[in-house]
Ligand binder design. Sequence first.
Ligand code: NAD
Length: 403
Amino acid sequence: MSRQVIKRRSRGFICVNAHPEGCRRNVERQIAVAEKLPPARGAAPRNVLVVGASTGYGLASRIAAAWGCGARTLGVFFERPPDGDKTATAGYYNTAALAERAARDGRYAAHINGDAFSDECKRSAIEIIRRHLTPLDLVIYSLASPKRTHPRTGIVHNSVLKPIGRPFSSRTVELDSEKVVDVTLPPAAENEIADTVAVMGGEDWRMWIEALVAEGLLAPGVRTVAYSYIGPELTWPIYRDGTIGRAKQNLEQTARTLTQLLSPKFDGSAYISVNKAVVTQASAAIPVVPLYLSLLPKVMRGKHLDENPIEQICRLFSDFLSTGKTPATDEAGRIRLDDREMRLDVQSEVSALFPQVTTENLRQISDFAGFQREFRNLFGFEVSDVDYEQPFETDVPLRDSSA
Ligand code: NAD
C-alpha cells in the first residue's frame, strides 16, 4: 500500500510519473464514448487481440472493441508497474482501470505486460487465446516503440525520426522552453533507415499473424488492422518521406502480404488504417508535430470536425469494420480515418497559420495550452474532476477479468 499526494514531475517536457485517478477518469470517459457506438450492422468482433493496448490508439481500440462491440479482449503492452513509492506508467494505470471496470461489467479482459516483439510474449498470448479467445476475429496492431530486440538475431534496433536524403529545416516549438525555433535535422544514415523499418515496419505484425495462423486460432473472415499516418506536406520530410515513412511503407506492404496469407484459408484480410494526428506519447516526440498539433485541433474544432482517439476508433468500427461489407478504402487499399484532417479547407488554414507562429504569439495563434494540457492528461494530470491535493493509492493491482 502506498497512498500519496501525487504531483506531476517532469524531465523536460515528459512526465516521469503518472496519476492513477486521472488515468482512471480518462479510461471511464473513453468507455462512455464507446458505449454509445450504434449496434453493428454486420457481425461485430467477438474475440479481439490488441497489440500496443495501453495508451493512444491501441487503448482506444481495446475500449471500442469491448464496450462498443461487446468483445472479449486480450491487451499486450509494455508498461512499468508501481514500485514502492514510485508510480507506475500511465499505460499500466489505464489498464488497471480498464480491468477493474471490465470486472464490474462482467467483461472478459486479459493482459500481457511484456515485450510484444519477443517469442515468449507471443507464446503467452497464444496460450491465453487458446483457452479463452478462440477463434480470434480481429487483431489490432498498434505498437509504437523506440526499439526492438529482434527475436531471431538478438540485435537491438533503435528507431530514429530523421529525414532521408537531405537535411530538413523547419519551424518547431521547443517543448521545454516554449520557444518557437527553426531546427535542422540531418538525414538518416542507411543503417538508421533499416533500423527504423525493423522497429516500426511490418515484420513483427507478420510474425504475430503467422504464429496465430500456425496455431489455428483465427476465425473465418478474420481481420487484422495496423495504424499509419500520412499527414500534410509540411510534415512529409520528417514523416511520410522520412525514416518513419519508410517503416510505414513496409507496414503497407506487409498488409498486402498478410491478405495473401489470410484470404485463401480464412477469407480474411489485413488493412492499414490511416488515422488522424492526435496527441500521444509517440506523436509528441516527432519534431514539427507538436506545433502542427497545436494548430490542427483549433482549426478542426472551429469547423466541428475534431476527433480524439476514441472517436476515431469508434468511427473505424461503425463505418468500416462492423458494416457487414468489405471496408471502403482509398486507391491504395487503405482505410482513411484522416479524411477530416486532410480536408482542403482544414489544411489551407493550418498551413497559412504555421509560418506566422512566433514565440511571442504562440499562445494566441495556436492552442499550445491545449496541446500541453492534452499531453499532461495522457499521464493522468490536469484531468477535470480530480482533486490533486488528495492522496491516492499508487500501488494498484493489475488483474485479469475472466468473466
Ligand atoms: P502510444 O505511444 O500511445 O502507444 C504505444 C503502445 O505500444 C503502448 O500501449 C505501449 O505500451 C506499446 N508498446 C511499446 N513498445 C512495446 C513493446 N516492446 N511491447 C509491447 N507493447 C509495447 O502510440 P500511438 O500514438 O497510439 O501509436 C500507435 C500506432 O498508431 C502507431 O503505429 C502510430 O504510428 C499510429 N498512429 C499514430 C498517430 C498519432 O498521431 N499519435 C496518428 C496516426 C497513426
